[in-house]
Design a protein around this ligand. Structure first.
Ligand SMILES: [Zn+2]
Length: 343
């Protein structure tokens, strides 16, 4: 049995208090100070949700030190460096890269993530192998192996994943991407894509695809974002990835318009899959954000965006939480119902 205490992050913000855990179950929740010395003290939050990753390219970061900071040269399909290296890499190399990223995420309290898998069915099977036996819950979105609609391939992908996550409308012939989107929605699966990352893209064409969420929106204008807000579509922002490519994350405007904003880390070869690092990054640069608002973007809000149940600090619930240092926002203690990790 142990206690953790401090500011508990609830759906309504921080509440001072403590929780007592026994056999990985919360057995007591109280206000004020705990009856005995806590194992850790700080911000007590639910485990984290990284809303946008590409873990398949983790091995590239380890292999090549100096990656080009040019979106077109590095990540645009089909000829970007990343896609050439993925096609040449062995299964073992890709799996080991993903596995080491997953280990890093678990250690830092991220147990949920949404991955955009490249490489068709092969890409899906590789991450499934890497996930084997690990206590993380992924939302896996796949994509066709070429930039064309192939009904048979799409059915296989949708049978084996939770939906489709594409690069951008600029990479596709619009009629083809529309067929992919229509097919995916007909099967009641998730459809998402990167939007306005390299340049401003036509928001009407994007919204006509009925996406469940959008990634980036770097070049989106106020009008574009108002349209997105009207349609109630959330946006995932990946600040460190934008900065790597000399882009300016559009965080303040997205927030001002009132679009639901969650955070992701994007390509593992560029940024470590540590979604809290995105929180720290915003906190350092944008003074207007409250800590509880930023932590909500990596805990409760992404769970709602992906229609998952939201956790709460109540008796008899599973002890899945993280205790963060209130100054550095680094994890001091990670509890996962299957076991407790001290960090
Ligand atoms: Zn991405």
């Amino acid at each position: 049995m142990y206690y953790v205490s401090g500011e508990l992050l609830t759906e309504n913000g921080f509440e001072k208090g403590y929780v007592c855990v026994e056999n990985n179950v919360i057995v007591e929740v109280g206000q004020g100070n705990p009856p005995e010395k806590p194992a850790a003290e700080g911000y007590v939050t639910p485990t984290f949700f990284n809303a946008h990753t590409h873990l398949g390219d983790a091995f590239i970061g380890e292999k090549i030190g100096n990656l080009p900071r040019d979106l077109e040269k590095l990540v645009a399909p089909p000829d970007g460096l990343k896609h050439r290296l993925l096609a040449e890499a062995s299964d073992k190399e890709i799996i080991e890269g993903i596995r080491s990223s997953l280990g890093f995420m678990i250690k830092n309290g991220t147990f949920l993530f949404c991955d955009f898998r490249e490489g068709g069915l092969r890409g899906l099977n590789l991450i499934k192998k890497a996930l084997n036996g690990l206590p993380v819950s992924p939302v896996l979105l796949s994509r066709p192996s070429n930039l064309v609609y192939d009904k048979g391939e799409l059915d296989v992908l949708l049978d084996n994943s939770e939906g489709i996550g594409l690069s951008s409308i600029s990479d596709w012939d619009y009629d083809e991407i529309k067929k992919v989107a229509r097919h995916t929605k007909k099967r009641r699966k998730v459809f998402a894509l990167h939007v306005s990352e390299r340049c401003r893209e036509n928001i009407d064409e994007v919204l006509d695809l009925k996406p469940d969420f959008l990634v980036h929106m770097v070049y989106a204008t106020k009008d574009d974002l108002e349209r997105v807000k009207d349609e109630n579509i959330p946006v995932v922002v990946c600040p460190r990835s934008n900065v790597f490519f000399n882009l300016k994350p559009n965080i303040e405007l997205i927030r001002e318009i009132g679009v639901a904003l969650v955070l992701g880390t994007d390509n593992a070869m560029v940024s470590t899959p540590d979604v809290l690092e995105e929180v720290r990054w915003i906190k350092r640069r944008f003074k207007g954000f409250k800590v509880e608002e930023l932590l909500d973007m990596v805990t409760y809000l992404p769970r709602k965006v992906f229609s998952l149940s939201t956790p709460s600090f109540v008796e008899d619930s599973k002890a899945d939480f993280v205790v963060l240092d209130t100054k550095s926002l680094k994890p001091l203690f990670v509890s996962l119902a299957k076991g407790v990790e001290r960090v």
